[in-house]
Design a protein around this ligand. Structure first.
Ligand code: AMP
Ligand code: ZN
Ligand code: FE
Ligand code: FE
Length: 285
């Protein structure tokens, strides 16, 4: 049994609809998956129905954007109540902030390249959480770059002159809100050195203190040394350990569904810890 607990659909910046992500998960031979779109739960219903059709376990999830003074932090949440006011508030703020930020990045890019806000919006599904990958899609459409990867390498990375920062809540606050909504907070790709600054061990321990319950250890962006640090942290604090692909669709990113997976015993721990929502399908005990 294998579970991929970090995937994205067109509800945020993935390139496949929720139902298609699920059918690809079935094709990849997975036992189950979580849909974890950025700052949105809008894909859950569609994914849950599709998972039932394919006989897969489905976990409702989300990747919540947060940051400290130095580092951008992505907090995965599983099984939270999406209507809990604290979650509704940070999700609405995050999605609104994403639109403003994307417009500003677009303005900067438009000074040098033939792209417009209208062109960007052509690549965003109705109501989706917009992000840099959509700006990348506009650059591809304008013939500036070949794919999203090239757009990030050349124009959309953090040190680019086109980059614009976004205000987001501190990860400790996000952890507290997820717990208050009955969710299970698991920090995503915490040791992804290539993405920018990462949290120190002391900062990770502060998040454990705040109620964080797990760490995504097996993710292609975590360094080998970082994985050891996370496993050690998990052992000392009894944290849940996950592994996932961070799939963004076949053309969205090279990450393949099931390239990293979470074991059934760790999945069961998530199911036991989450109380704001339900998983569905042939659940293990
Ligand atoms: P944003 O949410 O606007 O900060 O954009 C971050 C998103 O861009 C993350 O979900 C990443 O998966 C995606 N991303 C980062 N680097 C790349 C890349 N090289 N190719 C495709 N997508 C990327
Ligand atoms: Zn993404
Ligand atoms: Fe992430
Ligand atoms: Fe992600």
């Amino acid at each position: 049994m294998s579970f991929d607990l970090h995937t994205h659909s067109t509800v945020s910046d993935g390139t496949e609809a929720p139902a298609q992500v699920v059918s690809e998960a079935a094709r990849a031979g997975l036992t189950g998956l979580a849909l974890t779109d950025h700052d949105s739960h809008a894909g859950w219903d569609e994914a849950r129905v599709a998972a039932a059709e394919h006989g897969l376990v489905f976990l409702p999830g989300m990747e919540v954007t947060s940051k400290t003074a130095w580092a951008s932090v992505h907090m995965l949440s599983y099984l939270h109540d999406p209507l809990e006011p604290g979650m509704v508030e940070i999700n609405a703020e995050a999605r609104g902030g994403r639109v403003e930020r994307a417009k500003r990045i677009c303005e900067r890019l438009a000074e040098d390249f033939p792209i417009t806000w209208e062109l960007v919006l052509e690549h965003v599904s109705e109501g989706a959480s917009i992000g840099r990958p959509h700006l990348a899609d506009a650059l591809v459409a304008a013939g500036v770059v070949e794919n999203r990867g090239e757009a990030f390498e050349r124009f959309l990375h953090k040190n680019s002159r086109y980059y614009v920062d976004q205000q987001n809540p501190h990860p400790a606050e996000v952890v507290e809100r997820i717990r208050a909504a009955g969710g299970v907070p698991v920090i995503a790709h915490a040791m992804a050195g290539g993405r920018g600054n990462t949290l120190s061990l002391a900062e990770l321990e502060e998040l454990v203190e705040a109620g964080m319950l797990g760490v995504e250890v097996y993710h292609r962006d975590n360094t080998a040394q970082g994985q050891k640090l996370l496993l050690d942290l998990a052992a000392r604090h009894g944290l849940i350990v996950t592994g996932s692909s961070d799939y963004h669709g076949a053309v969205g990113k090279p990450n393949k569904l099931g390239e990293n997976t979470t074991s059934v015993d760790q999945l069961v721990r998530i199911l036991e810890a989450g109380s704001g929502n339900t998983a569905s399908g042939p659940l293990p005990h």
